[in-house]
Design a protein around this ligand. Structure first.
Ligand code: GLY
Ligand code: MN
Ligand code: MN
Length: 441
């Protein structure tokens, strides 16, 4: 269906890429439709790079940009087709797409093989992500060969191929106000869903019943999909980092870890909360929960402009390792445990990732010299320390099978940070109060 979107925003993004290209042609196809089984497809998801530059959600579309003396933006998309639209729904067709989305030209996708060799002729560089798709590599190589066949008529082929995704990735790292608004709304929908899940969780419910609450809240609030498969992990399941069977019964005395976020107009939220199934943390659960929470708060404080990307991770480790020593999970001094890596028995992942159109968003974490990237205003990232205690001889038994992660979505601002997911309840007191309020429902 038609979208509410800002045509100028997407035109500006294309203009920025054209300026970076300076001279040459870019070919950026969207993602293919994928069959789930027999004639059923997975829900369609456009390619993030393509979408970033177009706002166009239909499959079978390609963006072509020509940079030079005169820049040109061209969309190839599906034709209008009443028969197909009766079965599958609305499609723009080239004419309406050109106007609605603000391209200079638009053509039928069926003209791609005819027009691309012509458009590629006499271009100095080809901006294309070679190796990302075998199907597109074959097509693009075929068009290149067609251009080369015209050498005797004086038409030259691009001399070099530049990975266009790298240019787009750099732009995607710094979110515009338009993107930040979407990400704030996406995080807020997911935060509301986490609060809802907390208020309906009771012993003897199933993990998938709680997962259903997320889907309900996501769709009810206009999100188009979960941003990734929700993790709803009770008890020992929380110690499996990518657990997603979500089919166990919730037992009183266990914690429930939920990592779930939604996608709103392409933009992901990614939130984790951990809380007691019966509404009250046991002393051991509370000890570890508050340790992870303190690590997370310290980590968020380190998420500010000019700090290195790794600063939040280092801040989380500093708090976690001291706690692991205090709770007799690790032996030695803080420096020794950091150096020998013993903490990895309980904390084996990093503290976050870029967040945006992809849940693990585009963008480098280090520069070419190998130094950590510096955080800057407009970056969006997750901050997600955790602690996962599997039964082991070297572990006090009261901590066995406790898995905790606390994850928020954070925007770097000019002066510090904004927690986009701040509405998801997080302190022990607030979680217990919210669950007590809904205990008898
Ligand atoms: N939900 C994926 C992650 O936290 O990285
Ligand atoms: Mn994450
Ligand atoms: Mn997550």
């Amino acid at each position: 269906m038609k979208l509410n979107f800002d045509k100028i925003e997407f035109k500006n993004r294309r203009a920025a890429l054209l300026a970076k290209m300076a001279d040459g042609i870019a070919i950026i196809p969207t993602a293919p439709e994928v069959i789930r089984n027999r004639d059923s497809h997975y829900p369609y998801r456009f390619d993030s790079h393509f979408y970033y530059l177009t706002g166009f959600k239909e499959p079978e579309s390609v963006l072509v940009l020509i940079a030079g003396k005169e820049d040109k933006t061209i969309l190839f998309c599906r034709d209008k087709d009443m028969e197909r639209e009766i079965w599958d729904g609305f499609r723009y067709g080239p004419e309406a797409a050109k106007t609605e989305f603000g391209f200079d030209e638009a053509y039928s996708i069926t003209q791609l093989d005819e027009l691309l060799p012509k458009l590629m002729g006499n271009q100095s560089k080809l901006f294309y992500s070679l190796g990302a798709s075998r199907e597109w590599d074959v097509k693009v190589t075929g068009w290149l060969n067609k251009v080369k066949e015209q050498a005797r008529t004086g038409v030259s082929a691009p001399e070099s191929i530049v990975d266009v995704r790298q240019l787009i990735d750099t732009a995607r790292l710094v979110k515009t106000p338009y993107e930040i608004d979407l990400m704030r709304r996406s995080a807020n929908i997911a935060a509301t869903a986490h609060n809802r899940a907390m208020s309906v969780t009771k012993p003897n419910k199933k993990e998938y019943e709680i997962e259903a609450q997320f889907l309900h809240e996501f769709y009810k609030n206009g999100a188009q999909a979960p941003a990734y498969t929700s993790i709803v992990a009770s008890g020992a399941n929380a110690c499996t980092l990518h657990y997603n069977a979500n089919n166990c019964v919730l037992h009183s005395g266990e914690l429930l870890l939920i990592d779930a976020g939604c996608e709103l107009d392409g933009y992901a939220s990614d939130i984790t909360r951990t809380f007691p199934v019966n509404g009250k943390f046991s002393p051991a659960q509370k000890d570890l929960y508050e340790l992870v929470l303190n690590a997370q708060l310290a980590s968020i404080e380190a998420a500010k402009p000019n700090n290195y990307w790794n600063a939040p991770h280092e801040a989380a480790l500093d708090v976690l390792i001291q706690g692991f020593i205090d709770f007799k999970l690790c032996k030695g001094t803080k420096e020794e445990v950091l150096e020998n890596g013993d903490y990895r028995q309980f904390y084996m992942h990093r503290t976050g990732h870029w967040l945006g159109l992809d849940v693990h968003d585009a963008g480098e974490y280090k520069d070419k010299a190998g130094n950590w990237a510096k955080l800057e205003a407009g970056n969006t990232l997750t901050v997600e320390p955790g602690c996962y205690v599997r039964p082991a001889d070297n572990v006090p038994e009261h901590f066995w099978n406790i898995g905790i992660r606390i994850e928020d979505d954070v925007l770097i601002t000019k002066t510090g940070f904004e927690v986009l997911s701040k509405n998801a309840v997080k302190s022990v007191a607030d979680i217990e109060a919210m669950m007590a309020e809904h205990k008898d429902e």
